[in-house]
Design a protein around this ligand. Sequence first.
Ligand code: PLP
Length: 294
Amino acid sequence: MSGQLVYLDGQFVPVEQAKISVFDHAVLYGDGVFEGIRAYHGQVFKLKDHIDRFFAGANALFLQLPFDKKGMTEVVLDSCRKNNISDGYVRLVCTRGADGLGLYPKPEAHKPRLFCIAGQVALYPEEAYRRGLNVITSSYRRNKATIIDPQIKSLNYLNSILASIEAHRYGADEALMLNDDGIVTECTGDNVFMVKDDEILTPPVWLGTLDGITRQSVIKIARELGYVVKEEPFTHYNLLNADEAFLTGTAAEIIALTELDGRKIAGGVAGSVTMKLLQAFREYTKKPENGAKI
Ligand SMILES: *Cc1c(COP(=O)(O)O)cnc(C)c1O
């Protein structure tokens, strides 16, 4: 994107000047938090929820964010305004900051760095929404909450990155991740849902799942449409034999999962419940009460 301006520590700078030290703990150790956010129709979708999650993750990491929630909200909105974004994608990031090479980030020495990139959204082609995704089950298990809680959208995404590399090496679009007990959690950057006998199931967050904001929206929309939605554990076997399955996330929105480990789900095309929810979700993003005006 030409002329793109990146927010960095209180200033908007051209992309070439948006730089972070090689000593930043985010570079050395993956130490920091991020959010992926969408703007639709001149408003930032569910911005309050994203800001709340950003603060909750920072709190879990003892990371002192440089603004309060109101100030952080303005950083995101200003980033959209500066780049004339009314539909796009926003990445909000806070790193631990730089000092020496040591593991312990001294609060008196490490000054967190905040940046925000507002640009175009990279979407799956519309055809992929009808065809659905080919998914394999990763050999990497989702991080346990007692080790690194997957609810933290931290800058250490090696668990997901390894699973994603594995999926692509096998020619698949995405990887399904199980927890240590072999129960379905989510995909590398998207939550997972299944439909069986007109009921919609998604794994509960405590199993080792990031509490996606699209996930929350889909649960609400589906209930409003009259579906029974349960946050309940299910197995790989249950998912293989689902009537329909789909993934949810800020960038992907709602996209069908139509092949899992070589077995077709819903006959290998996006199912009717999935498509109905996608349509309803796209309407939902337009409502003024679901976003913050840019
Ligand atoms: C961001 C993310 C999601 C999706 O969350 P949304 O808030 O809907 O974008 C799901 N899983 C993981 C691991 C994620 O990082």
